[in-house]
Design a protein around this ligand. Structure first.
Ligand code: SF4
Ligand code: MG
Length: 317
């Protein structure tokens, strides 16, 4: 709730007023058990920082994180331990996130050493079972990550997260580095595992097409803010925010009847150091009017399971 993260920016030797980069600004959402919330936005919108705060790899500057009824925002590493097991992370880049000098089985076993009592033959059996669950052959257990393809490495990253029986997996662009055909395989695998292990996913991507299949709900972020959040079908069939519409226009629509009027994105993403006044999207929004430059639109519900922050969607008084 109300999560924020700002980073101080180093100034020159003569200083000047302290400046901050507002990477995440007042972001709120709910992730329910056994469901997937997709978070989508261009690079630099704060989605990775949000993910890192949720798993406490980054400390929020404001707001709070409730996990299964506990406020975990300020827990010490020791207090965090029981939740750490339940809240696992899958990284974007399987090439750099896995220790290249460890054998695959040891990579997956490492969190089990930290969080479980399994050792020896029992551990080995459990590992073989996990490799099978994520679609890796048993003979790959004793190989090194460089012998794996990109998709196989991400399967390994998923096995490592699964190893300690989490209830939530936060996945930061888990398929962005993979070929499109491999992306679909990994997403299908994650959907199967979700059912089998009762997992909730926070699934981050820069592309709406990637989250469409896997998500129950989708949040769209722009320059550190959530601008729209909705049930998946509602977001794709009836987007409310001009930015979401623009993102959807880059998704191929198979059914020509469903084509909407196109919203073209113009201009670059502004800097989060000095974000635009009012609605942060106003410098690129084809519908911007006077009020948009002055007043930041509040998030409000427009229908069941669908909220948006845009002055155009406010009830007329
Ligand atoms: Fe565009 Fe104004 Fe809506 Fe922002 S508030 S998205 S600038 S119409
Ligand atoms: Mg990122």
């Amino acid at each position: 709730s109300g999560l924020s993260k700002r980073f101080p920016i180093k100034r020159g030797v003569f200083g000047g007023a302290k400046q901050y980069l507002h990477a995440v600004d007042d972001v709120s959402f709910e992730l329910r058990p056994r469901e997937t919330l997709g978070i989508v936005g261009e690079s630099g919108c704060g989605k990775s920082t949000t993910a890192r705060m949720i798993v406490r790899l980054a400390q929020p500057s404001g707001g709070r994180i409730d996990f299964a009824g506990t406020d975990i925002t300020n827990l010490s590493p020791n207090e965090m331990r029981p939740h750490r097991r339940a809240l696992q992370f899958v990284f974007q880049d399987p090439y750099s996130s896995l220790n290249q000098r460890m054998r695959a089985a040891d990579i997956v076993a490492e969190p089990m050493h930290n969080f479980t009592d399994l050792r020896g033959k029992e551990l080995r059996e459990r590992l073989a079972w996990l490799f099978d669950r994520v679609g890796l052959r048993k003979d790959m257990m004793d190989r090194f990550p460089h012998e794996f393809s990109g998709g196989q490495r991400q399967r390994l990253g998923i096995a490592r997260a699964l190893a300690v029986n989490p209830s939530v997996i936060v996945a930061d662009e888990p398929v962005s580095a993979l070929d499109v055909s491999v992306q679909a395989q990994v997403i299908n695998l994650m959907m199967d595992l979700q059912k089998e292990f009762n997992l909730a996913y926070l699934f981050i991507a820069h592309d709406l097409a990637v989250v469409q299949h896997i998500s129950h709900h989708v949040a769209v972020m722009y320059l550190g803010k959530v601008v729209e959040i909705a049930d998946r079908d509602s977001l794709f069939s009836d987007p409310q925010h001009p930015y979401t519409e623009a993102l959807l226009d880059s998704v191929p629509i198979p059914d020509p009847e469903m084509r909407r009027e196109s919203v073209a994105l113009s201009g670059e993403v502004p800097s989060p150091i000095n974000p635009p006044s009012g609605c942060r999207f106003h410098t690129r929004c084809p519908f911007a009017f006077d009020r948009c430059r002055k007043e930041s639109p509040k998030m409000r519900q427009v229908k069941q399971g669908h909220s948006v922050a845009c002055h155009l969607r406010e009830p007329q008084s």
